[in-house]
Design a protein around this ligand. Structure first.
Ligand code: 0A1
Ligand code: ZN
Length: 869
């Protein structure tokens, strides 16, 4: 019923306040069951929510329900309309006298005006939901916090022609037709869940169906739902889903628990995908693939994200988070699990290299900048800003370190204990660590600092040798840099995998061992060492730290050829390249012979996997080189890298051509071998382009034209896009003409141009932002152009400040539509401390301009104000 007086009352939207971890209190009211009735309509959807509520403990608090962007049309308690409710901020406060009541609210929402893509929204004519972290409150009034678990039943009614498919969490119960072309469906989810896992989808969708028999013999029907025209692109995702289900049974003993598992792909999505119980909703880029439109990288990412969301069914859904400070409990652990899955599908070594490169590209900069925060943060203003590389990727490294410290058997005993003990509850990071301790008997007291201290530890390692005493001495010291709010740090536990090799014979002088450095410094002696030893340290990237060692260029070159840990071998080569590049960026000159010889040896080693070779011979990115310097000089770094690329290209031209040809003829197959050869092929092509050989651009265009798959085509386009050859425009035009109706491939067309190292990239990107196919309403498109440009170090940091202005202009515009996506793109501006005074001033000025924009979202206020501190 409509209460006139209250319908005029508007909730106050409060200024941003910090929410603190230490303030956690248990919910005052629980909601054992929730019944939702949706009358779906894109412009006016009615939602009736019936909550059974029970008082939690002995208190007199009223019921407080979260809501956002909506007003109640009616409120009933135990079947009777009430009007003694009020707003506190955006919370609806209802006094209740007894210990158990039934509360019913009705609201109306407009999915077709929802540009934030949180709550119920329209995408491509269909309706879908996104509730993590706080989207459910945009659908109905509810205690929208992860520790209130409820059993949901849902009824949807909609126009049948427009929305023939109606999906929700759990299992389907019944469906039927109504008069006037409408129909309905009921779904029931028997598992209590927090509101952030709620989902419905209504639309005109087709399904690719499969089935999976679980380890206890239950049959689960699997469905990937997409637009009809995209059905042919869903086989890879469906296969990945079945593989993930089998892997989680074999690796963690975890079985799926409902009769159906549905995935829906939508084009407009703020993140990658969402693990809603039994009804995952995905960004279509992580579902749709065929050889003509998806690269090997896309195929790998699809399998990884499908696995990630599936694994959440246990690490996230069956056991959820008590509060959002515990986000890494589900995300760090689930990333660790999906990394393990991907490693088992292909090359473990290459997967580790890719993951570490990702960590260094996104998490290390975050951990050393103004937005640094611990894996378990102490406070936030807007939780959406905390879906970060620190929570996800550093969080996964923490789990990896515990697995290394415990060993595989104890680790599995720990996860078994954790899953069994906390099943059906909302748990904490502490619960996870305590399970590991209890199962293994290993004390992790000091290890817990990894959850509370931000910042990437720096480890210095120096090895000396006394031939007379036949002794090697390793001196280790650690330092954790200050981060916002944490000026002084205690030493952490660093698990360091270490090995020594003989410099002359190349043989192992000691077996690999795991050293746990837990103090500020330590000296370790190795006895009986006659030969001069070379140190291999942090093998497999056993701890997420920066290693500063005094190893000579000759020793690094030696390790790049002889280390038996592929990661350490890659790392030695990277270090060698980095030292050369940093020297050349700061002095303008450097000797390239050492790197060229090491790359030549790697290219010619017949025992190496092509995928590994491709990784090892790739130069570190401009931004990673910048991260090694105190004040980043983008132009000098570009020149240094470009010079080394050219020298490598010219001096090893024969080898690059051989590698390029070797990968040439076989037809496309998505196999580890095929992927490795294609990766090497495009890396080689880029070096041939760098050599400036007269036929290079023609060779690239030939690869572009002759490709039977997107990996080779995009590889050729990337090689061409930084050149001034006429073939560049030919390839770009043909690419556009061929794919202009495919949004995911068109994203690649925008992104590749934004990544170009040509001098005119800033101008090209500004023109692309006015292209008819550019839009800020689609997050993938916005990220493809704006995000890729802000990651292009030299173009973004143009000394006239045009790059900063461009980013700020677009973030201000995007914030009005979609604050979450805008705020995620802001961090590059916050790196001002690492640049010269002129650039720093220009960057700060843009941050100030953003911060003082009237009506700025809470998401952006938090990111921009913290970035200025
Ligand atoms: N839990 C998801 C990530 C995710 C978070 C927030 C979202 O809201 C827009 C969407 C997805 C995951 O880890 O995949
Ligand atoms: Zn996740």
């Amino acid at each position: 019923m409509l209460d006139i007086q209250h319908s005029l009352a508007q909730p106050d939207i409060a200024a941003p306040v910090a929410i603190r971890r230490v303030d956690y209190t248990a919910p005052a009211w629980l909601v054992p069951t929730t019944r939702l009735e949706f009358t779906l309509d894109p412009s006016a959807t009615r939602v009736i929510a019936t909550l059974s509520v029970t008082r939690n403990g002995d208190h007199r608090d009223p019921l407080k329900l979260d809501g956002a962007g909506q007003r109640p049309l009616s409120i009933m308690v135990d079947g009777v309309a009430v009007n003694d409710w009020h707003f506190e901020g955006e919370q609806l406060v209802i006094p209740l006298s007894g210990d158990a009541h039934v509360v019913e609210t009705e609201v109306e929402i407009a999915p077709d005006r929802n540009t934030q893509l949180m709550g119920l929204y329209a995408s491509g004519g269909n309706l879908c939901t996104q509730c993590e972290a706080e989207g459910f409150r945009r659908i109905t009034y509810f205690p929208d916090r992860p520790d209130v678990l409820s059993r949901y039943s849902v009824r949807m009614t909609a126009d049948k022609a427009r929305f023939p498919v109606l999906l929700a969490n759990g299992d389907p119960v019944a469906q039927g037709d109504l008069a006037d072309g409408r129909h309905w469906a009921e779904w029931n989810d028997p598992f209590p869940k927090p509101s952030y896992l709620f989902a419905i989808v209504a639309g005109d969708l087709a399904v690719n169906s499969g089935s999976f028999t679980t380890m206890s013999g239950r049959e689960v029907s699997l469905g990937i739902w997409v637009r009809k025209a995209e059905l042919a692109k869903t086989d890879h995702a469906l296969e990945a889903l079945a593989l993930s289900m089998a892997w989680d049974e074999a690796t963690y003993g975890r079985e799926y628990d409902l009769d159906v598992f549905n995935i829906v792909a939508v084009d407009d999505f703020n993140f990658g995908a969402m693990e809603n119980k039994g009804l995952n909703i995905f960004n279509s880029r992580y579902i749709l693939a065929d050889p003509d439109t998806a690269t090997d990288y896309d195929y790998d990412a699809i399998a990884a994200v499908v696995a990630h969301e599936y694994f959440h069914n246990w690490s996230g859904n069956r056991i959820t988070c008590r509060d959002w400070f515990q986000l890494s409990l589900k995300e760090g652990f689930t990333v660790y699990r999906d990394q393990g899955f991907s490693a088992d599908q292909g090359s473990r070594a290459v997967k580790r290299i890719e993951d570490v490169r990702g960590l260094r590209a996104s998490q290390f900069p975050e951990d050393s900048g103004p937005l640094a925060h611990p894996v378990r943060p102490e406070s936030y203003q807007e939780i959406s800003n905390f879906y970060t590389a620190t929570i996800y990727n550093k969080g996964a490294e923490l789990i990896r370190m515990m697995a290394a410290i415990l060993g595989p058997k104890n680790f599995r005993a720990g996860t078994d204990l954790y899953f069994d003990r906390f099943d059906g509850t909302a748990a904490t990071c502490e619960d996870f660590v305590a399970s590991m301790e209890e199962a293994s008997g290993i004390d992790l007291t000091q290890f817990r600092l990894w959850y509370s201290q931000a910042g990437t530890p720096r480890l210095s390692a120096s090895l000396s040798h006394d031939p007379a005493a036949r002794r090697a001495t390793l001196t280790l010291a650690q330092h954790v840099p200050a981060t916002p709010g944490q000026p002084d740090k205690a030493p952490m536990v660093l698990p360091l995998a270490i090995k020594l090799f003989g410099a002359d014979t190349g043989t192992a002088l000691i077996d690999e061992r795991l050293v746990l450095l837990d103090g500020p410094g330590e000296t370790i002696r190795f006895e009986g060492i006659d030969e001069r030893p070379v140190l291999s340290i942090n093998r497999g990237f056993s701890a997420p730290v920066v290693v500063e060692s005094d190893r000579s260029a000759a020793d690094l070159a030696f390790l790049s050829a002889h280390d038996d840990d592929p990661f350490a071998r890659y790392e030695a080569m990277q270090q060698l390249m980095l030292e050369t590049l940093v020297a050349s960026a700061s002095t303008g000159r450097a000797e390239h012979d050492g790197v060229i010889a090491a790359v030549a040896r790697t290219l010619e080693d017949p025992d190496l996997d092509p995928a590994f070779i491709a990784e090892a011979v790739m130069l570190p990115s401009e931004s990673f080189i910048g991260d090694q310097t105190r004040i980043v000089d983008p132009d000098a770094i570009f020149r240094a890298r470009d010079g080394l690329r050219r020298d490598l290209g010219t001096q090893l031209e024969r080898q690059w051509r051989q590698a390029h040809a070797r990968a040439g003829s076989a037809p496309f197959a998505y196999t580890p071998e095929g992927k490795g050869l294609r990766r090497l092929r495009s890396v080689a092509l880029a070096y041939i382009m760098a050599s400036d050989a007269p036929d290079a651009a023609e060779l690239a265009l030939a690869q572009f034209e002759g490709a039977d798959n997107m990996t080779d085509r995009q590889g050729a386009l990337t090689a061409l896009v930084s050149s001034t050859a006429a073939q560049r425009d030919t390839a770009l035009d043909r690419f556009y003409a061929r794919y202009s109706s495919n949004p995911l491939v068109l994203d690649k067309w925008f992104q590749t141009q934004a990544q170009s190292s040509r001098d005119d990239t800033g101008t090209v990107v500004a023109a692309l932002a006015r292209h008819p196919d550019f839009t800020l309403t689609n997050p993938n498109r916005a990220r493809a152009l704006i995000g890729a440009f802000a990651a292009n170090q030299r173009a973004f940091h143009a000394i006239d400040g045009s790059g900063y202005r461009f980013l700020a202009d677009h973030l201000i515009a995007l914030d009005r539509l979609n604050p979450q996506t805008a705020a995620k793109l802001l961090p590059p501006l916050g790196r001002w401390r690492r640049f010269d005074a002129k650039r720093a001033g220009l960057m700060r000025a843009e941050l100030e301009r953003i911060l003082h924009t009237p009506g700025l979202s809470r998401d952006m206020v938090e990111q921009s104000s913290k970035s200025l501190e």
